[in-house]
Design a protein around this ligand. Structure first.
Ligand SMILES: [Zn+2]
Length: 199
């Protein structure tokens, strides 16, 4: 791509890093942005900056939020007796879209992956234990994917949570084996939550 001036090449290279954007679409987007009214480029840059810097992780559940604690954690309409454990904050957004869950969440910020040097202590498991001890929920739902690392994380959570006397369930099968929640459509995910099983 030596025919583009350096700033445009930089834009194309940055766009290429986005999921689902290949070299050709990155080029097309860059050209579109260059040819558009300057307003679009500025709005886009400002929106990206705001989303990235104006959003934090809720100190309680880990969800993306502009306020801390987040709206879900402080809402009187949410059932605090039901904590749904997920891998990432993005999973919370996915479950919220199903409209099938009225409890609160806890994002672990990853899953146990010994080969990548991620052990239980790198995850928000200690925080989960403290929440269970302090808030006494009646049920913890484990909503992790079907891959080996999620399985290892689920088993570790069961070992840690069961002695605390809380009922532990996991979402029903239906999440594709070997993948995370991001590969399940809303309907499947909603059904998986509704059809959860005790452990
Ligand atoms: Zn929260």
């Amino acid at each position: 791509m030596s025919d583009y001036p350096a700033p445009v090449r930089q834009l194309i290279d940055a766009l290429k890093k986005l999921p689902g954007v290949g070299p050709r679409s990155a080029e097309r987007l860059a050209i579109f942005i260059m040819q558009s009214e300057s307003r679009l480029a500025e709005d886009l840059a400002a929106a990206i900056h705001l989303a990235r810097n104006g959003i934090k992780n809720c100190s309680r559940c880990g969800s993306y939020t502009a306020t801390n604690p987040c709206e879900i954690c402080v809402s009187p309409r949410r059932d605090k007796g039901l904590i749904c454990v997920v891998e990432r904050p993005a999973d919370i957004l996915r479950i919220e879209k199903t409209g099938q869950f009225g409890g609160v969440y806890h994002a672990l910020m990853g899953k146990i992956a010994p080969l990548d040097g991620v052990g239980p202590e790198q995850l928000r498991i200690e925080e989960l234990v403290k929440r269970v001890q302090a808030e006494h929920p009646r049920e913890v739902i484990i909503a992790l994917g079907g891959d080996a690392q999620s399985e290892a994380t689920t088993h570790h959570l069961i070992e840690i949570l069961k002695p605390l006397g809380v009922s532990v369930t996991r979402i029903a099968s239906g999440i594709p084996v070997g993948s995370g929640l991001e590969y399940a459509d809303e309907l499947t995910l909603g059904r998986a939550i509704a059809g959860r099983r005790p452990l």
